[in-house]
Ligand binder design. Structure first.
Ligand code: ADP
Ligand code: MG
Length: 337
C-alpha cells in the first residue's frame, strides 16, 4: 500500500535543490497532503530499477527524528519519492526568512539530528552523509526531523555523476579522501548549528573577526534576490578579501563584484584553517552551547565527539525547551512575514 504517482495532484512548489525539486501534493486516496521529490536520474533502466529497489530501505526507517517515507516510483527521467510534508519547511528556509534561530531552539535541533543519526546508524548501519540546514525539517507540531540520507548507493552515484555532490558542510577528513563515518556527520552538524545560530554560513571573511556583524542590519543573510531562496548557496568571501584588507586596498583593485571563494578555495580553507566557532560580537551564547559546537568541530575525527557523547552533554541534557515551546516557535516562523 505504498503511494503511487497517480494518487497525487500537485498543489504548490516547496523548493528546489541540487538533487531535485520538491512539490506539495494532495493524496486523493488517503485524503492528506504530502511532499513529492523528483530527482533527475540520468541512468539506464537497470540502474533506475536498482535505485528504486534500494530506496525501499526507507520503508523500514521509522523514527520520530526521520521524515516519514510513503513510496517511490519512476516519473519519466526522474525518480519520485513521496515524503511526509513538514509544514514549517527546512531550517535553511526558516533562518533565511526569520534570521538567526534562538539558541535554545538550536539546541533542540542538535538533539533531534543526533537522535536521527543514531537511529540510522544503530538500526540500519546508514551514515547520513548530507547533514545541512536544508535537510533538517520542522513542522508545526513542534517536531524536528532529518531527511535525504544516503540509503541508495546507486542514487548517490548517479547524482554525483552530475557533479552536484560537493558540499561545503564536508569534514576535513572527507575532503582529504577518508571514507564517511558518523563523525563526518557530526562535523556537518557543528557547521549547521553555527549557521543557524548566527544566521549566516560560518565560513566567511569575518570568521573570528566579526566587526562586520556589528554594523550589519538584521536583514543581511547573504541572499541573492535574483534567485529563489531554496537554490541559493552560501556565499563565501575569498581569502585576502577581509574587510580590513579591502579597506587597505581601496582604489587599488576593485575587480569583480561578488568575491566568492571558489569551491576549491573553500575546501582548502576547511582543511588548513582552524575550525569555526560559535561566537558573535552581537550576542553571547551559553558556554554549554559553545563547548558542544567545539566538540562537534575537532578537525581530528578521533577527538571529535560521538553522537552518544554529545547527547549526554550539558547543553542537551539540561535543556528546558519542550515540544510545546517548539510548536510555538515553529508557528511563529510561518506567520512572521
Ligand atoms: P536541498 O536539500 O539541497 O535544498 P532538496 O531537493 O532536497 O534540496 O529540497 C529542496 C527544498 O524542498 C528543501 O530546501 C526544503 O525547503 C523543501 N523540502 C524538502 N523536503 C520537504 C518535506 N518533506 N516537507 C517540506 N519541505 C520539504
Ligand atoms: Mg534536501
Amino acid at each position: 500500500d505504498l503511494v503511487k504517482d497517480e494518487d497525487l495532484s500537485i498543489l504548490s512548489d516547496l523548493g528546489a535543490g541540487n538533487g531535485g525539486t520538491v512539490t506539495k501534493v494532495y493524496n486523493k486516496k488517503r485524503n492528506c497532503v504530502m511532499a513529492r521529490k523528483l530527482i533527475l536520474v540520468d541512468a539506464k533502466p537497470s540502474v533506475r530499477k536498482q535505485i528504486l529497489r534500494e530506496l525501499q530501505i526507507m520503508n523500514d526507517c521509522n523514527s520520530p527524528y526521520i521524515v516519514g517515507y510513503y513510496g517511490c516510483f519512476p516519473v519519466d527521467v526522474h525518480v519520485g519519492i513521496v515524503l511526509e510534508l513538514m509544514d514549517a519547511g527546512s531550517l535553511n528556509d526558516i533562518y533565511r526568512h526569520t534570521g538567526p534561530i534562538p539558541i535554545e531552539v538550536v539546541g533542540k535541533v542538535a538533539e533531534a539530528v543526533l537522535h536521527g543519526l543514531m537511529y540510522l546508524y544503530d538500526v540500519h548501519r546508514i551514515i547520513h552523509r548530507d547533514i545541512k540546514p536544508s535537510n533538517i525539517l520542522a513542522n508545526t507540531k513542534g517536531e524536528i526531523k532529518i531527511c535525504d540520507f544516503g540509503v541508495s548507493g546507486e542514487l548517490i552515484n548517479s547524482i554525483a555523476n552530475t557533479f552536484v555532490g560537493t558540499s561545503t558542510y564536508m569534514s576535513p577528513e572527507r575532503i582529504q579522501g577518508a571514507p564517511y563515518t558518523i563523525k563526518s556527520d557530526v562535523w556537518s552538524l557543528g557547521i549547521s548549528l553555527i549557521e543557524l545560530a548566527l544566521g549566516r554560513f560560518p565560513f566567511t571573511d569575518s570568521q573570528g573577526n566579526e566587526e562586520e556583524e556589528e554594523s550589519e542590519g538584521e536583514e543581511e543573510y547573504d541572499e541573492d534576490p535574483t534567485l529563489p531562496l531554496s537554490t541559493q548557496r552560501p556565499k563565501i568571501s575569498a581569502p585576502g578579501e577581509s574587510k580590513k584588507e579591502k579597506r587597505k586596498s581601496k582604489g587599488v583593485s576593485l575587480a569583480g563584484g561578488g568575491h566568492t571563494m571558489s569551491i576549491l578555495d573553500l575546501l582548502q580553507h576547511i582543511v588548513n584553517e582552524p575550525a569555526p566557532r560559535l561566537v558573535s560580537k552581537k550576542k553571547t551564547f551559553p558556554s554549554e552551547a559553545t563547548t558542544f559546537v567545539e566538540d562537534c568541530l575537532y578537525k581530528d575525527p578521533n577527538q571529535r565527539k560521538s553522537p552518544q557523547e554529545l547527547l549526554a552533554s550539558d547543553w542537551i541534557s539540561k535543556s528546558k525547551v519542550t515540544q510545546d515551546d517548539l510548536k510555538t516557535w515553529a508557528l511563529s516562523t510561518i506567520t512572521k512575514d
